[in-house]
Write a protein that binds this ligand. Structure first.
Ligand code: RFL
Ligand code: PHB
Length: 389
């Protein structure tokens, strides 16, 4: 089988690229290890920058997002019994949209089905070959049969654990990583959200976040230890810990109920340089991970796909290789800025187990400074709504 573009991974990065290429008349195939139900069952990101919304609209999948997404003009940061609002709209004249990754992925699958594009689910043993030649190929197993796809380009959209990044020889890539000494325990519950806007709470006991998916569906996170298991956390224990970490005015009127999903995510920062090797291009979590505190992972994945699709469209449309040649450089320039912001927000709001007392005081001083300085709030807000393209 031969297809112009072989995409490994059917998460948001892979599906978005397939959709944009389809609109430009470029055929692709998406190879996904998991079932569609599994991909759609993963509860992840919730906040879309305005630039990401624009990319999704241009890709023709903005209708449901615009109808059902919740526009957020600001969010709150609480610490030491105080709550301070970051007024995104006033500070930046921009806003963010609360619309779950699950919904974005659903919209992308729907578009893929409507266009008759192929997503092969349940593929195993994906391997990438001849990446520095003119006709790379991908081998894999599907329905018990060995298969081979020849293509012009292989796009690695297979997340942090996928095989694409590892296919770049070690002496051609440099990886930068920081693993944080805590994770996030998240739950979804059919309860009225504690607040119309997100609340990021820094507390001596640990970080907490109140988020939502709709007026009836709440998403909450609490910082937990990396060695903890979901089974150790009953719903009652989760709610007690969450309430303790929130300002009393919020905790006292909070609706609680059974969780319908509960999971623990480790936190890491990771960047792979380069994002290109011959005819292999990496995008999204395959190339970089940010801790979720700044709500940036999905947005950064959409930015990669924006740059990469421009390069591929110029290659096929005008025989112009410049976009592909500069892809890694362009994408990484944004990646590092977003890594910095996500790392900063994580450091500001979490309790680090071994942080020296002096640094704990620095953290508190920074939170106080942020609460009282429009300039500091502006720096936070312009990153949160998304750096310009
Ligand atoms: P994904 O979503 O991991 O998809 C990769 C796909 O590749 C498949 N795959 C393979 N397929 C074939 N063969 C193999 N050998 C394969 N190995 C893997 C996988 O099954 C999967 O389907 O990466 P992608 O597409 O780059 O998308 C990235 C985003 O999913 C991620 O950055 C965000 O979810 C991060 N994130 C957030 N991002 C935001 O922008 N805003 C947020 O508010 C936000 N909150 C979050 C988050 C991530 C979280 N977790 C669980 C890490 C909150 C959390 C808790
Ligand atoms: C979410 O709603 O899942 C969410 C929101 C904001 C974040 C991270 C996750 O920073």
């Amino acid at each position: 089988m031969r297809v112009p573009v072989a995409i490994i991974g059917g998460g948001p990065s892979g599906l978005l690229l397939a959709q944009i290429l389809h609109l430009a008349g470029i055929e692709s195939i998406v190879l996904e290890r998991r079932s569609r139900d599994h991909v759609l069952g993963r509860i992840r990101a919730g906040v879309l920058e305005s630039g990401t919304q624009q990319i999704l609209r241009q890709a023709g999948i903005g209708t449901r997002m615009d109808a059902q997404g919740l526009v957020h003009d600001g969010f709150a940061i609480s610490h030491s019994g105080t709550i301070n609002r970051i007024d995104l709209r006033n500070l930046t004249e921009r806003t963010v949209l609360v619309y779950g990754q699950t919904e974005v992925t659903k919209d992308l699958y729907h578009a893929r089905d409507s266009s008759g594009g192929i997503v092969l689910h349940g593929v195993e043993d994906v391997a990438l070959h001849d990446l520095t030649g003119d006709t790379p190929f991908v081998t894999f197993c599907h329905d018990g049969e060995a298969q081979r796809i020849e293509c012009d380009f292989v796009i690695g959209c297979d997340g942090f654990h996928g095989p694409s990044r590892q296919s770049i020889p070690a002496d051609h890539r440099r990886e930068f990583e920081q693993v944080y000494p805590f994770g996030w325990l998240g739950i979804l519950s059919e309860t009225t959200p504690a607040s119309d806007e997100l609340i990021y709470a820094a507390h001596d006991d640990g970080f907490a976040l109140c988020s939502l998916r709709s007026h009836k569906l709440s998403r909450y996170y609490i910082q937990c230890r990396t060695d903890e298991r979901v089974e150790d956390w009953s719903d009652a224990r989760f709610w007690d810990t969450l309430r303790m970490r929130l300002p009393a005015s919020v905790a006292d009127r909070m609706e609680t109920g059974p969780s319908i999903e509960k999971s623990i995510a480790p936190l890491r920062s990771h960047v792979c340089e380069t994002m290109r090797y011959g005819r292999l291009f990496l995008a999204g979590d395959a190339a970089h991970i940010v801790p979720p505190t700044g709500a940036k992972g999905l947005n950064l994945a959409a930015a990669d796909i924006h740059y990469l699709s421009e390069g591929l469209i110029a290659w096929y449309g005008q025989n112009d290789p410049s976009g592909l040649r500069t892809y890694a450089e362009r994408a990484l320039a944004r990646v590092w800025k977003v890594e910095r912001f996500s790392w900063w927000m994580t450091s500001l709001l979490h309790r680090f187990p071994d942080r020296p007392v002096f640094e704990q005081r620095m953290q508190r001083a920074e939170l106080d400074y942020l609460a009282g300085s429009v300039a500091a709030q502006m720096a936070l807000a312009e990153n949160y709504v998304g750096l310009p393209y």
